[in-house]
Design a protein around this ligand. Structure first.
Ligand code: DGL
Length: 272
């Protein structure tokens, strides 16, 4: 048995972890942030795939039977290949899940106007994963995407609340809303972005719903574990959480407090 692995390029996956722990507090979690190589959003398909596979392997080596890619960029660029190719040879009885599918399944039911805006990293936008997946579940929806390449570096460096940081965010929101005035639902399709949610809500018109993925992913995982007792029975249930970072642990612990509720004490991991 082992903990549930939660992976992100850096701090963003902590927003998902917080909701997993809220919804499913009984499980043990092992978080891995590849902070040394973040951000992933502007990296190529091949590089994101390679880094993500290394992280998944590391979490498997540390006993995880189930790994959540709590990163849209990794889910968009690496998940399918890992699920369809690598797992077969690496660990046929283990599972890797992403965050895009659960979000795209229900987003159409949240919008009244059927005009949905997606804010994401460049990598996620270029992959068109949200366009394709929302199209499957809500073919009538009109989806407009906008890449925000500055947001992850701003958040990773804790500069998103400075005047300059807020100006970048405001400009990106305006650029998206200019593309389609009928948007009534904005998806924060990057796990870093929920820390900006209240600021974004304060600058968009009040009829626009800003949707973070954490609760959606947590509900979807609860459902998955119910349907897959063979995986669920391999998940430790002591309610613990531990953290790994590929960067400096003290810095990780300090910055992680922006995202996590409790005090964080991480250990270092080298990914290769
Ligand atoms: N949290 C990742 C995501 O959801 C961030 C990506 C990055 O490192 O650029 O896409």
């Amino acid at each position: 048995m082992g903990p549930i692995g939660v992976f992100d390029s850096g701090y963003g996956g902590l927003t998902i972890l917080a909701e997993l722990r809220e919804r499913l507090p009984q499980y043990d979690y092992l978080y891995l942030g590849d902070n040394a190589r973040a951000p992933y959003g502007t990296r190529s398909f091949d590089v994101v795939y390679e880094f993500t596979l290394q992280a998944v392997q590391e979490l498997f080596d540390r006993g995880c039977h189930l790994v959540i890619l709590a990163c849209n960029t990794a889910s968009a660029k690496a998940l399918r290949t890992i699920q369809q190719k690598d797992l077969l040879t690496l660990a046929p009885n283990k599972r890797v899940l992403g965050v895009i599918r659960p979000s795209t399944e229900i987003i159409g039911s949240i919008s009244q106007s059927n005009h949905i805006g997606v804010l994401a990293t460049q990598g996620t936008v270029i992959s068109n994963s949200y366009l394709i997946e929302i199209g499957k579940f809500s073919p009538e929806a009109k989806v407009v995407q906008h890449a925000c390449p500055m947001w992850v570096p701003l958040i990773e460096n804790n500069e998103h609340e400075t005047d300059a940081g807020r100006e970048f965010i405001r400009k990106d929101i305006e650029a998206l809303l200019e593309k389609d005035a009928k948007i009534d639902t904005l998806v924060l399709a990057c796990t870093h972005y929920p820390v900006l949610k209240s600021f974004i809500e304060s600058i968009v018109p009040p009829h626009i719903r800003v949707v973070a993925q954490g609760k959606i992913v947590a509900e979807s995982l609860a459902d998955y574990l119910n349907r897959h007792p063979e995986i669920e029975s391999n998940c430790l249930k002591n309610g613990t959480v531990s953290y790994l970072t590929s960067e400096n642990t003290e810095e990780f612990d300090r910055n992680a407090s922006v995202f996590a509720k409790d005090e964080v004490k991480s250990r270092h991991v080298s990914l290769h």
